[in-house]
Design a protein around this ligand. Structure first.
Ligand code: GDP
Ligand code: MN
Length: 377
């Protein structure tokens, strides 16, 4: 689950990280009155689950409350990377002397929370990593001990020369680790961590992703979910307890079991196609789930064909077949559907499908080849 900058800042502030104050506005009027309350120059910032807002025109300095209103009017409703801005954060502007990057994420390779810091902050860290990776210092944290003080100093040492600044940054890095662990985050990032003319360090941007599996024991974090900021298909999938990840290809996949779903995607690629999604309908084969899955897949305009790949174990093939028939009765599906079913109650399933006018396969290779061909037709 992603949260907004203003929400991540609340968590960071609570952990002790120096974060400038800020308030959220939903209208230009509100933005103006917040700016008036702060006095002086403010920054108006789009609140969407995406980075690169600055480049997209979603972060603007305003010298007067009137200017804050104008910027808010322009930013509210704006699209950034396909996401509509519904809120802006209004925050006093800072005088920046340097911008650094500080982030921590769960790294599969080191199997540990791993820090990445760079004196080249403000810009995309991916770009720094690609062009001059030596500008990034990395450190894997042993979760049994947490981030030790000397490790935090070692990270801060690569960012600043002044020992006083270094110590302040090390403290903030330690607090970021606390916020990361206490929030059940998979990623927490400050970009940029700035220094001011008097040598203070402050987090003026904040980003955090929460591991969905951590939410059940952290209701206060779960309450930060903003479904209006998430792709509607993902919200729908979560509500129907389907695991769904949208991708960019044209073969819509509907599979039972995560392993088979991945194998299916691999095979689609092997035969020269591109999967439009990962979708696991799970072990149970309640027809309603199949209907929800088809609604989600067909709402993606890139989908040219729908591929079912079902291996019946606990999942009963006849249930899935009934779900497919029910779904085509309820929704107008404009793309071809190709189906492979094998396992529990396979014969009944094939009968149900044949009666409804579908032909089904039992070979996975055959059905995937067919789906890829149709996706290109
Ligand atoms: P992002 O583009 O989505 O990462 O949004 P950021 O919050 O990082 O803002 C982008 C850039 O705007 C920062 O790297 C800063 O250079 C600039 N910026 C943001 N807040 C302030 C501020 O208070 N004062 C000044 N001078 N610049 C700011
Ligand atoms: Mn940023």
């Amino acid at each position: 689950m992603n949260i907004h900058e203003y929400q991540a800042k609340e968590r960071f502030r609570a952990a002790g990280i120096p974060v400038p104050p800020g308030e959220v506005a939903r209208t230009p009027d509100e933005a103006e009155s917040i700016a008036r309350g702060f006095g002086g120059t403010v920054v108006v910032k789009a609140q969407v689950h995406s980075g690169g807002r600055g480049k997209a025109g979603g972060v603007k300095l305003a010298k007067t409350p009137e200017e804050a209103r104008e910027h808010a009017a322009r930013i509210l409703g704006m699209q950034i990377k396909g996401l509509t801005v519904e809120r802006v954060l209004v925050t006093p502007a800072e005088d920046i002397t340097s911008e650094a990057y500080v982030g921590v994420l769960v790294d599969r390779k080191s199997q540990a929370p791993t820090f990445m810091v760079s004196a080249e902050g403000g810009v995309d860290i991916e770009e720094v990593a690609a062009t001059h990776p030596e500008a990034i210092r990395r450190l894997a944290v042993d979760p049994r001990y947490g981030l030790l003080p000397h490790q935090a100093l070692w990270l801060a040492n690569s960012l600043y020369d002044d020992p006083a600044v270094m110590k302040r940054a090390a403290k903030a890095i330690g607090q970021l680790y606390r916020a990361f662990v206490d929030s059940g985050a998979s990623m927490a990032e400050i970009n940029p961590l700035i220094t001011t003319a008097d040598g203070e360090v402050k987090a003026i941007d904040a980003k955090m992703s929460i591991d969905d599996n951590e939410l059940f024991r952290r209701p206060e974090v779960a309450a930060m979910r903003d479904t209006s900021a998430e792709p509607p298909s993902e919200t729908k999938a979560r509500e129907a307890s389907l695991s769904y990840v949208k991708l960019d290809g044209s073969v819509g996949c509907c599979v039972n079991g995560a392993g088979l779903a991945m194998a299916t995607m691999d095979l689609v690629k092997f035969y020269g196609g591109e999967p439009a999604n990962f979708l696991d309908i799970g072990g149970s084969s309640n027809p309603e789930k199949v209907v929800a899955a088809l609604e989600i897949i067909t709402s993606d305009p890139n989908v040219k064909v729908i591929l079912f790949n079902i291996f019946g174990g606990i999942t009963r093939c006849d249930d899935v077949a009934n779900g497919i028939v029910e779904a085509t009765r309820r929704i107008d599906i404009k793309v071809p559907i190709v189906i492979r079913l094998t396992g529990t109650n396979e014969e009944q399933a094939l009968e149900i499908l044949e009666r409804a006018g579908f032909s089904a396969f039992t070979s996975m290779d055959e059905v995937v080849e067919k789906a890829v061909a149709l996706s290109k037709a």
